[in-house]
Design a binder for this molecule. Structure first.
Ligand code: CO8
Length: 258
């Protein structure tokens, strides 16, 4: 499918979605988010794809929601269109693993998009921020909610109230990103993680993602029960048998998603 604002490449088992509005530092407009949702749904349906990477350019993952698109809108426009509500929902309903590979600016909606992915690999050039306060608004795609869960109240308040940016090192220290790598090897590192993921059983990948996400939605007791039941259920798969047999036979497992 041809897209205007993103570039999608599928190589081996990995779909890489590159945000592509270079003149606007990949600012997220309605078209880009719609295309991103379509590309993610397509990747979810494509049996060949086993992991997804979302990335931007060396200068910007995404510098936020498109301020030029939003600036003239009224409350009624925003409310009646549920601005970015369905688009955000489409991203988080993706079932396959998604890695955000972030270099340069990940601001406002850009930081929020990265947090909607399953984990973030950051280049040492990455700068995260929720600067909406400087525009007379607040984060609207999860910045007050997900960021607080990632880095805790004090740092989230600091970011959201001052609008300051956080470098890659601080982002890793604070738990926002899983690892920091040199900018020149960002895509290589993300691809290598995606390929490692691709070798696993898709059944256990989907179950693992569901259970980790469940940790944000439920009590500890319910989450532990849900995790244990999912663990039990995987004993009804051929891949569990293959994985454990391969361990005992000292060979690598050949999963078949059954
Ligand atoms: N929207 C639209 N255009 C943008 C954006 C943006 N967020 N960011 C940059 N651009 C454009 C600039 O206007 C400029 O275009 P032009 O050349 O036509 O003037 C081009 O990209 C290059 O930008 P700069 O010249 O500003 O580049 P610099 O290197 O000087 O500065 C910065 C880079 C620091 C990233 C700067 O561009 C900046 O501060 N950008 C805005 C950052 C920001 O405020 N982001 C938050 C936006 S609001 C938001 O994300 C809300 C999310 C929730 C929405 C969902 C609601 C439910």
């Amino acid at each position: 499918m041809a897209y205007e604002t993103i570039i999608v490449e599928v190589e081996d088992h990995v779909a890489t979605i590159k945000l592509n509005r270079p003149d606007a530092l990949n600012a997220l407009n309605s078209e880009l988010l719609r295309e991103l949702g379509t590309a993610l749904a397509e990747a979810d349906r494509n049996d060949k794809v086993r992991a997804i990477i979302i990335t931007g350019s060396p200068k910007a993952f995404a510098a936020g929601a498109d301020i030029k698109e939003m600036s003239e809108k009224s409350y009624v426009d925003m409310y009646m269109s549920d601005y970015f509500g369905p688009e955000g929902g489409a991203i988080v309903s993706t079932r396959k693993p998604i890695i955000a590979a972030v270099a340069g600016y990940a601001l406002g909606g850009g930081c929020e998009l990265a947090m909607m992915c399953d984990f973030i690999i950051a280049a040492d050039t990455a700068k995260f921020g929720q600067p909406e306060i400087n525009l007379g608004v607040i984060p609207g795609l999860g910045g007050t909610q997900r960021l607080t869960r990632f880095i805790g109240k004090s740092k989230a308040m600091d970011m959201v109230l001052t609008g300051r940016f956080m470098g890659a090192e601080e982002a890793e220290r604070s738990g926002l990103v899983s690892r920091v790598v040199p900018a020149k090897s960002l895509l290589e590192e993300a691809r290598s993680a995606a390929e490692k993921i691709s070798e696993k059983s898709m059944i256990s990948l989907l179950a693992a993602k569901e259970q980790v996400n469940n940790a944000y939605e439920t009590t500890l007791a319910q989450g532990l029960l849900s995790e244990r039941r999912a663990f039990h259920a995987l004993f009804n798969t051929e891949d569990q048998n293959e994985g454990m047999s391969a361990f005992m036979e000292k060979r690598s497992a050949q999963f078949r998603d059954r």
